[in-house]
Design a protein around this ligand. Structure first.
Ligand SMILES: [Zn+2]
Length: 345
């Protein structure tokens, strides 16, 4: 009697089907819950004669196992159907992709690199964290020279016994130059763009990090006129063919003689305006002939070779081109500001 009932349930359970989770739950209640059919069999088991108990017990266990397996199988089946319904519709019209813009500093840096590459300069890049030896000492900054005060820097590791071994954030990209001269004999013609760091209070006009691009040219018979012509070509390529330049004597530890270069104000054409403080000229870079001490410190014979170097701030040039009022805007990632350069790409 109870065996017939079990056989009938076995048949029923092996043919179960369900369309969704609700139906599966209904089946679970019908067979496996406290009041379910299979649980009811357990109650009847008490009345089974002793000699049948073994056979009936095994059959009930078989039925229970089958019901559990079947419900699990149905659950997986329904789950997969749901997943298929969630799959993306590949025929749907796509959202338009919004193009980003290049950062203004990147735009200007690429323009400057392009101009110098056309004049035969190649790119060289060096580390932002470097030792004092390459950032200062090899570039003719004596350990106790006051010129070091012009570039207050960040120390990663200070070495009081030997300052040349201190590890610092570079305060100019000139460390690239000392590294290029160390590993390469002239002719050398490189430009070194990169990020530099100085211990400055952050304001609209100064930041603790900014970007430079330096150039270095070393060969036999390089003269100051070569430097002047290269810089004039650069200024006219970047600011227009009517641009004039002027050089004012200046001081840098690594060049002798040294100069600061101005360009004629491209807003008033040299007449004088608020932008150029009514002088007609705007300062854009520093330059000079490489000091023989620097060549010697980097393993280049200064009696055979000479060279020039120049360095400019990319933020400064970008300001001249686009009149960005506040230096901090370059690093604030304000999308409204960055989008203004969409057409400049
Ligand atoms: Zn002006």
């Amino acid at each position: 009697m109870i065996l017939d009932k079990i056989d009938q349930l076995l048949k029923e359970v092996s043919n179960l089907s369900a369309q969704n989770a609700d139906e599966i739950e209904q089946l679970r209640l019908k067979y496996l819950s406290k009041k379910g059919d299979i649980t009811a069999l357990m109650a009847d088991f008490r009345n089974v004669p002793a000699e049948q108990k073994k056979e009936v017990g095994m059959k009930i266990n078989e039925l229970k196992q089958l019901a559990q397996d079947k419900l699990k199988e149905l659950k997986e089946c329904v789950g997969q159907q749901n997943k298929a319904e969630d799959a993306p519709d590949l025929t749907r019209t796509p959202y338009p992709i919004r193009l980003g813009t290049r950062h203004p500093l990147t735009i200007v840096r690429n323009q400057i690199i392009d101009i110098f590459q056309r004049m035969g300069f190649t790119l060289a890049e060096g580390p932002e964290i470097d030792d004092d030896l390459h950032v200062f000492t090899k570039l003719n900054f004596a350990p106790d020279h006051p010129a070091r005060d012009m570039q207050d820097t960040f120390f990663i590791e200070s070495n009081p016994n030997d300052v040349t071994k201190s590890v610092i954030l570079r305060s100019h990209t000139s460390n690239d130059q000392s590294r290029v001269m160390e590993r390469q004999q002239p002719p050398i013609r490189v430009i070194c763009p990169g990020r530099v760091f100085r211990n400055e209070a952050i304001s609209a006009r100064a930041h603790c990090f900014f970007h430079q691009l330096e150039g270095l040219y070393i060969d036999k018979n390089v003269s100051f006129t070569d430097l002047k012509q290269v810089l004039l070509t650069f200024a006219r390529e970047l600011f227009g063919p009517d641009t004039d330049i002027r050089l004012r004597p200046s001081y840098f530890p690594f060049t002798e003689p040294s100069a600061e270069m101005d360009i004629s104000c491209h807003i008033c054409g040299g007449e004088g305006c608020g932008f150029c403080k009514h002088t007609g000229w705007v300062e854009i870079l520093g330059c000079g002939m490489v000091d023989p001490n620097v060549l010697e410190a980097c393993g280049i014979d200064s009696t055979v070779y000479s060279g020039y170097a120049f360095g400019l701030g990319i933020e400064r040039i970008t300001n001249l081109k686009y009149h960005v009022a506040d230096l901090r805007m370059f690093s604030e990632n304000d999308v409204r500001f960055l989008q203004e350069f969409q057409s400049a790409n």
